[in-house]
Design a protein around this ligand. Structure first.
Ligand code: NAD
Length: 474
């Protein structure tokens, strides 16, 4: 863990997949499989009936769309026209109709919170719910009041208009065991490095970069929550979700009390606090004869760090000069080398900087596991330029015939003739072709949280056991 004296950042922890709790499936008509749905969404057909236009939906409008052939559902503030999806829904049409014309967030969270609906229903997006009119006047006046849903804007700088569509907002939702705070930043270049989350005891604080300001959520929570939490970012709509785990499974009547500068935009400045973020150390190279480099006094540690120029943390790291200091914690993590014992087939699924844990695994596996016969790496990136250590990987695969490397791009240029897309059943079943009965297998997966969650779910669908999957979580 690196520690840069600047601002606080306890690592966002990733979440485990939630058990499905006996969800029932209905038989789907022919031509209504997940693949058929994906094909339809990519066909360019207008699935919302709005010709690509996004609108603000009022509660009254939402209520009107409550029939099978005209069914809108709101999930976490975003409204989807799910009519085209009805016949493809594994849980059946009736299940979807339970939320027709209303806010289906709670129902959705009860049944399959882990599903990446933003991606699955992206072509069905109608728009977002219109923000309810402000009820409170100023955050100073709010202090004695309680937070229950969306609050009005309070302190505003000159950078953004006081009102208007670009002002951030937030909302919260709960299930029996979780509380989700959703921040709608209304800007698209948001990533995990744009947010700092800090919570101690009942005080919760989240800072998000919005242009030259920080949008601050600062709340004294009404109930206790556990230490670990997760953060996910939906870049396409600029939404951040912070999921807290309740200490007790009770229903909260309100989120909490506003603390200083809550729900306000404040100019960015160095506040002199501390940022903490986990990174996986790598080796100096993939090609150093598969050995840790021998360096004077062994005092070297390598990190591979992507700088998000609009971020909060990595630009600070980027500004460090030789001679500056960062503090580094002792190692953390739960990967056990014993997983490699007698291993024959090793599959590595990495996305973006999720490649970093794979570096030492590759080095170790190819050097120290005599039983190993095959290592396959499927490496997901947006563009060719994003592929970390591409030429080293290609050289390594050329040198060691046990290694196969496949690159998959989600935003390639038209000349790219390799694999394309996101992690999917089709890509995985082709990649993981092995004689499972006869070999000892391990699949390691690391990348953005939705990637890892989806990957683990697909691996389980392909009958990989818990012991055969290791997911790295930040
Ligand atoms: P990125 O945004 O460049 O995305 C890389 C690829 O990930 C994309 O091409 C796509 O194939 C896939 N992807 C992204 N979002 C997805 C989604 N919603 N659903 C399915 N697939 C998706 O990635 P990046 O900016 O390099 O981020 C890498 C992530 O890996 C970070 O979130 C980082 O915290 C995490 N990470 C974790 C560890 C660890 O747990 N030890 C180590 C390194 C990196």
């Amino acid at each position: 863990m690196l520690n840069v004296p600047s601002q606080s950042f306890p690592a966002p922890r990733s979440q485990q997949r939630v058990a499905s709790g006996g969800r029932s499936k209905v038989p789907l008509k022919q031509g209504r499989s997940l693949m058929d749905w994906i094909r339809l969404t990519k066909s360019g057909k207008d699935l919302t009936g709005l010709k690509g236009r996004l609108i603000e939906v009022t509660e009254e409008e939402l209520k009107k769309h409550n029939k099978k052939d005209d069914c809108w559902i709101c999930i976490r503030g975003f409204v989807y026209n799910v009519s085209p999806y009805m016949e493809y829904h594994p849980g059946g049409e009736d299940e979807l109709m339970r939320a027709a014309g209303s806010d289906g967030t709670e129902l959705f969270d009860q049944v399959h919170r882990w599903v990446n609906y933003e991606s699955m229903l992206k072509e069905c997006l109608v728009g977002r719910m219109a923000i309810k009119p402000a009820v409170l006047k100023d955050y100073r006046e709010e202090e004695k009041k309680v937070l229950n849903g969306m609050l009005p804007k309070s302190q505003v700088t000159d950078t953004l208009a006081k009102e208007g569509p670009s002002y951030p907002s937030y909302d919260w939702f709960q299930t029996n065991s979780l509380v989700t705070i959703a921040i709608y930043t209304k800007q698209k270049d948001i990533n995990l490095d744009s947010i700092i989350v800090d919570h101690q005891d009942d005080s919760f604080r989240a800072e998000t970069i919005i242009k030259d300001c920080l949008y601050l959520i600062h709340i004294g929570l009404s109930h206790e929550v556990q230490e670990d939490f997760s953060v996910r970012v939906v870049e396409s709509v600029g939404k951040i979700e912070i999921v807290l785990k309740k200490k007790e499974n009770t229903s909260w009547d309100f989120l909490g009390h506003p603390l200083e500068n809550h729900n306000s935009l404040i100019p960015r400045k160095d506040t002199g606090t501390e940022i903490v973020k986990p990174y996986t150390p790598v080796s100096g190279s993939l090609l150093s004869e598969f050995k840790e480099p021998v360096l004077p006094n062994n005092k070297y540690i390598y990190f591979l760090i992507k700088i998000y120029h609009t971020g909060l943390f990595t630009p600070e790291l980027d500004r460090l000069q030789i001679g500056d200091f960062v503090s580094v914690s002792s190692p953390e993590g739960n990967f056990k080398i014993s997983k490699f014992q007698e291993l024959e087939d090793l599959f590595l699924l990495a996305a973006g900087t999720g490649f970093t844990p794979m570096v030492k695994i590759l080095n170790y596996a190819l050097t120290d596991i005599p039983s190993l016969r095959k290592v396959k790496l499927m490496f997901f990136n947006k563009t060719e330029d994003d592929i970390i250590w591409r030429s080293q990987l290609e050289k390594l695969a050329f040198k060691d015939k046990r290694l196969d490397v496949e690159f998959v791009l989600s935003a390639p240029i038209s000349e790219w003739n390799g694999k394309q897309g996101h992690i999917s059943p089709a890509l995985l079943s082709e990649f993981l072709k092995i004689n499972l009965d006869k070999s000892k297998v391990l699949v390691c997966i690391c990348g953005p949280v939705p990637f890892t969650e989806q990957g683990v779910r697909l691996l389980q669908d392909l009958n990989f056991s818990k012991n055969e999957i290791h997911s790295f979580t930040a």
